[in-house]
Design a protein around this ligand. Sequence first.
Ligand code: NDP
Length: 477
Amino acid sequence: MRLSNFINGAFIAPVDGQYLNNFNPSTGEVYGEIPDSTEADVLLAIEAAKSAQLSWANTPAEEKFKVMNRIAELIDANREKLAMAESMDQGKPLWLARNEMNRAAQNFRFFATAAMQFSSESHAMEDKAINYTLRQPIGVVGCISPWNLPLYLFTWKIAPAIAAGNTVVAKPSEFTPVTAFMLCELCNEAGLPAGVLNVVHGLGQKAGQAIVESKFTKAISFTGGTATGKHLAATAAPMFKKLSLELGGKNPNIIFADADLNKAIKTTVNSSFMNQGEICLCGSRVFVQRAVYQEVKDRLVAEVNQLTIGNPLDENMRIGAIVSKPHYEKVLGYIELAKEEGATILTGGKAVHPSGLENGWYIAPTILEGLPFDCRCNMEEIFGPVITIMPFDTEEEVLEMANATEYGLAATVWTSNLNTAHRVANKIQMGIVWINCWLLRDLRTPFGGTKSSGVGREGGWEAMKFFTEPKNVCIAF
Ligand code: NDP
């Protein structure tokens, strides 16, 4: 399968004619090619986006709503095909890919209604004047997304960008380009006007960099690693671009002794290992109050030992393959580092080679014990099926440990005491706090992190505000 770029409504080959290999993580084999796009391709995409922008901005909200809703319906109608493609491209279990396709459709449906309901504000100054704030489209915007939840996060950016009247130049991760490519076909089928969405495939350092460097992309919405985010911010800052950065996390999962342990343990298995731990919101540091530490540890290890790992297309597998060889090696490298730092491996700690898929990139879900809270394995994002477990005595102590990283994305807190829940939620330095649940998402809520986990928030009005420029008009009476 050879992919092409999608520019001005057409599928076209990269200007230089160069391609990159695309690998299937479950087999470790090349199964397709994607354009190795350069600045020349990005400039074509930007031209198309510029030409389409005014007309799209002036398209009535109801028309925007209709076409975005049709895209959502087409994602639903093609869910199985898309899920299969996502699973093969990313390594995630097929059942999980199906759920993510539901969310991709939901992203379009949600922001289709936002296009209809987003409104300007007005501020009256007694008998002197009235102000109204126009929220106008920014113009051409860049959307750059990662490989872990490919279509889910790609649509999470594109849908609000176009709902707000912008046109888009987007680059999906080079590791997981296929569903973004398939989405373009659906956009044409739904009647999205040419040039509203343009997708350029290729390397971040080449194609991605060209999107960020262009003076014509007035805002960049980026989800990815913290190091890449820093580089992007440095490139975009002198041009005063609007930036939304959703970056890494090292999320604490805090289990108090008074928690419903059945729920806490069951959810902790998911929040630690769903999608092979490759979700920015996965809890990777599990803190357990000492009175229940031994019980939680034993039960967690027993449950994790039951997790099936292997062919992502097999409906019985809970854990699939790691997205790429470099990432697989990075995660295994952290397991080696953990040993050097003095960890005891309670389960996992090694690569797995399922029969018939020996060259695929599989790592057993791993639980590490005995590490200091401030060692590298507890400070750095591993972004794989590896968690640490640590005991704590008091609320103050666990807050200090939980807040000790440079990251501030999400926390999960398990307790049956309302006061504890509110106090910890108040004091924890994270953008998102889940109490007695994990990854329960209402798309209207602000989504994003503090500290090195990012700048700005996505979701609901936050996203619509990011993708528009406010202009205040003051009328004196
Ligand atoms: P990267 O930062 O490596 O890449 C993200 C995207 O940026 C990719 O499309 C990449 O292209 C592109 N890119 C790389 N370099 C540049 C550049 N110089 N200019 C423009 N674009 C560039 O992240 P990963 O894909 O490895 O994703 C994993 C990371 O994403 C983790 O740290 C995770 O925590 C974070 N993440 C954060 C979320 C959040 O909401 N906070 C949600 C999901 C993930 P290419 O693939 O070709 O290199």
